[in-house]
Write a protein that binds this ligand. Structure first.
Ligand SMILES: NC(=O)c1ccc[n+]([C@@H]2O[C@H](COP(=O)([O-])OP(=O)(O)OC[C@H]3O[C@@H](n4cnc5c(N)ncnc54)[C@H](O)[C@@H]3O)[C@@H](O)[C@H]2O)c1
Ligand SMILES: [Zn+2]
Ligand SMILES: [Zn+2]
Length: 347
């Protein structure tokens, strides 16, 4: 049996590079892809903390990547061996009720499967189920690193943040969390010409990155953060408050920042309950949204990357050879100490 190297969720806190059988076509809608680049997501770190109940030990992790199609099943129509592709973090059968209503994140035959309920992309090869709905043809005129950010990071910022937050011409926006996902929202929100984009984070370096990517204001999170945002917005608060951290404190902060008639768009993955202050919000005509990324915007985002309108390759701060992926995990696990945003893993 042919084998390959793969990064496995061996146990809590233990990423381990192992030899595994090379995947084979199991269903006629499958494709086998040879990975070119992959990356590590904050969600992979959640898995190592034991926060993701659906992901068992022994799983090959990874739900992002740029790859080349190696083999296709008989029913794959849109791709052929040799095609360079972006692997979507969401597997879409395209035909179930949720896929048909534009919500492939909840595809009953897929959804977030790679590196969660099935083996993923942090391996030399990966089996992609429902390949026609789950891969996108990569373009030659954009870099692999830019397209790597279109598997998950930028679609999440755009779909769960910008679209759900209803950002439009003249909006005032606060993005709490200047990590890759918050920055994904930052670069795509600018296409709607909001008046102000206020980035809020604890980390000065990440705020400097946000300024270089177009934030009009940055605020270091602390006791005066609400006052500072109120000063910037003339006492109104913001039309869109995007929560891109995933902890109670930042969701509660968004409730203090949102203006009358505004929207709180939650992007963060939350592991604990949070307070909802209806006693201050009941009369403010606000909307609260939640969303799991559908990655249905990826084809459009590819065009934006191709035309240079967004430059997500700037999120890539560190590059590792695949053989060093365990080291990449330790650097990414202490991202802020290493000024790290996204690691690129090359095969
Ligand atoms: N909804 C979805 O489908 C989806 C998809 C992918 C990721 N996510 C989630 O999005 C969130 C952001 O992802 P990421 O990769 O950018 O994470 P990240 O950890 O790199 O970034 C989070 C940022 O929040 C900042 N932060 C922490 N505490 C803060 C505080 N009290 N005030 C202000 N800032 C604070 C950190 O300094 C960091 O820069 C995570 O919760 C991730 O799991 C959601
Ligand atoms: Zn992810
Ligand atoms: Zn489906």
């Amino acid at each position: 049996m042919a084998t390959m190297k793969a990064l496995v969720y061996a146990a809590k806190g233990q990423p381990r590079l192992e030899d595994r059988p090379k995947p084979t076509i199991l269903k006629p809608t499958d494709a086998i892809v040879k990975m070119v680049k992959t990356t590590i997501c904050g969600t992979d770190l959640h898995i190592f903390k034991g926060d993701v109940a659906t992901c068992d030990t022994g799983r090959i992790l990874g739900h992002e990547g740029v790859a080349v199609v190696e083999q296709i099943g008989d029913n794959v129509c849109l791709f052929k061996p040799g095609d360079k592709v972006i692997v979507s973090c969401i597997t879409s059968c395209t035909t179930c009720a949720n896929c048909r209503r534009g919500m492939p994140s909840h595809c009953t035959n897929g959804g977030w499967a790679l590196g969660n309920t099935i083996d993923g992309t942090q391996a030399e090869y990966a089996r992609i189920p429902h390949a026609d709905g789950s891969l996108h043809l990569a373009v030659e005129s954009a870099s692999d690193n830019a397209q790597l950010m279109l598997s998950d990071t930028v679609p999440t910022g755009y779909e769960c943040g910008v679209l759900q937050g209803k950002i439009k011409l003249g909006s005032t926006v606060a993005i709490v969390g200047s990590g890759p996902v918050g920055l994904g929202a930052l670069i795509t929100s600018q296409l709607y010409s909001p008046l102000q984009i206020i980035m809020i984070d604890l980390n000065e370096k990440r705020l400097a990155t946000a300024r270089s990517l177009g934030a009009t204001h940055t605020v270091v999170s602390g006791p005066n953060v609400v006052e500072q945002v109120m000063k910037i917005t003339g006492g109104r608060g913001v039309d869109a408050a995007l929560e891109a951290v995933g902890i109670p404190a930042t969701f509660e902060l968004c409730q203090k920042l949102v203006a009358v008639g505004g929207t709180i768009a939650n992007l963060g993955v939350h592991g604990t309950k949070v307070h909802l202050h209806l006693e201050t919000l009941w009369d403010k005509n606000i909307t609260i949204t939640t969303r799991l990324v559908d990655a249905s915007s990826t084809p459009m985002l590819i065009k934006l990357v191709e035309s240079g309108k967004i430059l997500p390759e700037k999120f890539a701060t560190h590059t590792f050879a695949f053989k060093d992926i365990e080291k990449a995990y330790s650097i990414f696990g202490a991202a802020e100490a290493h000024d790290c945003l996204k690691v690129v893993i090359e095969f």
